[in-house]
Design a protein around this ligand. Structure first.
Ligand code: HEM
Length: 414
């Protein structure tokens, strides 16, 4: 039986989305008592949905496609054009394979080493400073590690400039005015930088090691024996470096959690290594990062009596699924233990997307993210001593991505 989808009246709710941020969909799922509803966003009809069943529908690639789902302002800053995020079907799987080929055990261990090396160097510097803003320090440290891991040469004098360009891409997609244009400009400059490097690798002017992203995306040839267009290869290499530096957001939240729950430090010290996993997973579940993900209905279908018409923008509530009270007991409490008996569904815990890596759009960097977070967690708990001065620890739900307001200030680091 066909049913009328719960809806909110009005011609446009983009401003409500900006005002309520991460909670926009969840608020309506509560008031409409429905995990699915219809609204209007970006001048068009949009279906919003959240929860485990909705996520499993959303990642069904027979029903949804990604081509055309990403607003221009997000493409111009965060993701770029022509990258894996916008591909569907066979083309997507082939491209995604290149990303996943970089995630071998050896390559992941190489990343751990890069991070540990950069962290040790950074700590030596922090000891000389009276205080640091953790978020800013982590961004730069991660850009250095990411470039080294990706095989992208980075001269000492360009570190600040490149860090600014790379991080502006994920700080700006939802911003307006100058902060947004900073992101577009950052992307243009960073893409040009990487394009030049790809050309140099292809002309053998510089060497890239085989297991690196620079090598992989520069030298890969498709079934027809053709290279990826330089522009696309640059977008994909930045699809590695940019999100690695964005882990700085989770790192700031790890520090915040340890500050707010000092008793968890003792637990981490005394419990086995599994507890690191639970803690890091809970950080990824609890804190807001990516609010939503969009897709387009591929062909007409009906789900639970609701009609999905071809071409309709459909938005999945990532944040709200991680905070769904049907899936998570007391979702607003930080409780790493909840992961002890977690059954591991690919659709209930989706901070980095859901479903499958190759056949779907699940984040290619989930393992890297978790490993880097564990290394920092260990440092904060076992290696570093520091004080946390009074500051604004709150984070705004209508700032996307969000962060503790003062970026987490630490002082007297030893
Ligand atoms: C996709 C989140 C780190 C590479 C995604 C998606 C999300 C996400 C929400 C989209 C899922 C979808 O389209 O349904 C995050 C978060 C991270 C993170 C919160 C923490 C900072 C990383 C890292 C890398 C990475 C470290 C690479 C080293 C990618 C790629 C895609 C992706 C290549 C596109 C996948 C596809 O379209 O098939 N990520 N990510 N991400 N992420 Fe991440």
């Amino acid at each position: 039986d066909k049913k009328v989808m719960p809806f909110e009246k009005g011609l446009e709710h983009g401003l409500d989305f900006l005002a309520e941020g991460y909670k926009y969909i969840l608020n309506r799922r509560i008031s409409l008592q429905s995990d699915i509803f219809e609204t209007r966003l970006l001048g068009q009809k949009a279906i919003c949905m959240g929860g485990e069943e909705a996520a499993s529908l959303f990642y069904d690639t027979d029903k949804f496609k990604r081509d055309g789902a990403m607003p221009n302002r997000v493409q111009q800053t965060l993701v770029g054009k022509g990258g894996v995020q916008s591909l569907d079907g066979f083309e997507h799987t082939q491209r995604k394979q290149l990303f996943m080929s970089l995630m071998s055990k050896e390559n992941l261990e190489r990343m751990d080493k890069e991070i540990e090396y950069q962290l040790e160097k950074a700590v030596e510097k922090w000891k000389e400073q009276s205080e640091i803003i953790l978020y800013d320090e982590a961004k730069e440290l991660l850009v250095k590690a990411a470039c080294a891991w990706a095989g992208v040469p980075l001269q000492q004098e360009e570190i600040k400039r490149r860090t600014e360009q790379i991080t502006s891409m994920f700080e700006s997609p939802m911003a307006f005015g100058p902060s947004h244009w900073r992101g577009r400009n950052g992307r243009n400059l960073a893409e040009k930088w990487i394009r030049d490097l790809i050309r140099q690798v292809r002309n053998s002017e510089i060497q890239a090691e085989e297991h690196t992203a620079l090598y992989t995306f520069s030298q890969h040839k498709d079934a027809k024996g053709e290279f990826l267009p330089v522009k696309v290869a640059a977008v994909e290499i930045l699809n590695i470096i940019r999100p690695i530096s964005a882990i700085s957001i989770y790192i700031s939240f790890i520090a915040l959690t340890l500050h707010q729950y000092p008793e968890l430090k003792e637990k981490i010290k005394t419990r086995n290594s599994q507890y690191y996993q639970y803690f890091v997973q809970e950080v990824r579940r609890f804190y807001p990062f990516f609010p939503i993900q969009g897709a387009i209905v591929k062909k007409d279908f009906t789900w639970k009596g609701y009609e999905f018409k071809k071409g309709t923008l459909t938005i999945l509530d990532l944040y709200g699924t991680n905070h769904d009270p049907k899936l998570w007991e007391n979702p607003s409490l930080f409780q790493p233990e909840r992961f002890e008996n977690w059954k591991g569904s690919p659709f209930s815990f989706i901070p980095q997307g859901g479903g499958d890596y190759l056949s779907g759009h699940r984040c290619a960097g989930e393992w890297i993210t978790i490993r880097i977070m564990k290394i920092f967690l260990n440092y904060f708990v076992n290696e570093l001593k520091f004080e946390v001065p009074p500051q604004d620890f709150s984070y705004r739900f209508n700032r996307m991505p969000t962060l503790p307001v003062d970026g987490f200030i630490m002082k007297n680091i030893q």
